[in-house]
Design a protein. Structure first.
Length: 256
């Protein structure tokens, strides 16, 4: 009986070893595939172009969004809420965003309980969109809900009416979902690919404490918008009701 038990134990060890070996081989293969795709389609270059993150005391997830040939430097920024910004943070933001516009997508309740720190020389406008954190929420709020779509419309309208060189900072609470959606739409308007948009979106996972995003959330929302309206451009023109004249101004503002 003991001999039989030892045989079984040996078999289990053999199976576990083989399984671990297969998992290791699969992981190496997946990594090689990612590197091949990265090199073939230029994802690394895109990530490097986005890699302009500034350190702040009380503002998380702050970064500049740049896309070579499509979105120039010094125009589009994103972050978490500014309610915990320090004096030093406020001075930095005042310099970075001088003469620009802050778009806050938090709800009225969120703003009342944690208002943004005032930034000298920068206008701050609130366009409430309810907070979500899953694929169904992206579809329900960002694609289907007329009130939330109206807030995105007003935000884009304000962007279109800024001076071409006026910087824009987009934020919500963590700067990942509502902000991530708006930045994605702006990137698509500028001519970004799905992979470039997703690369930027997922960067929030490395810059937020206690929160995350998931590729499925954004991809599901984008698919829903395309299914309902035919394209992201139609989502903006028909779903958000933004005139072509404003779309043109935004493209010109973002373009190098």
């Amino acid at each position: 009986m003991k001999k039989f038990s030892r045989i079984l134990t040996g078999q289990k060890f053999f199976i576990l070893t083989i399984s671990a070996l297969f998992i290791f081989i699969f992981a190496i293969s997946a990594a090689k595939l990612f590197i091949w795709v990265d090199n073939k389609y230029g994802f690394s270059e895109t990530v490097k172009s986005f890699d302009k993150v500034r350190e702040f005391d009380g503002v998380q997830n702050f970064r500049e969004v740049i896309l070579p040939g499509k979105i120039r430097s010094g125009i589009l920024f994103r972050s978490s809420a500014l309610s915990m910004a320090s004096d030093d943070d406020a001075d930095k933001l005042s310099g970075i965003l001088a003469g620009g516009l802050i778009l806050d997508f938090r709800t009225k309740w969120e703003v009342n309980h944690a208002p943004d720190r005032e930034i000298d020389g920068v206008k701050d406008r609130n366009f409430p969109v309810r907070g979500v954190g899953d694929a169904a929420g992206y579809v329900d709020a960002f694609v289907m809900d007329p009130h939330d779509r109206k807030s995105f419309y007003f935000a884009l309208e304000h962007i279109a009416r800024t001076d071409r060189d006026a910087p824009i900072l987009i934020h919500c609470t963590f700067g990942k979902d509502r902000t991530g959606w708006m930045v994605a739409i702006l990137m698509y308007m500028a001519g970004a690919s799905d992979s470039q948009v997703m690369t930027e979106y997922l960067r929030s996972n490395h810059q937020i404490l206690g929160a995350r995003v998931d590729a499925e959330w954004l991809s599901t929302g984008i698919l829903s918008a395309r299914t309902r309206y035919g394209s992201i451009e139609n989502y903006v023109s028909e779903g958000l009701k933004l005139p072509e004249s404003d779309m043109k101004k935004i493209r010109e503002k973002l373009a190098p």
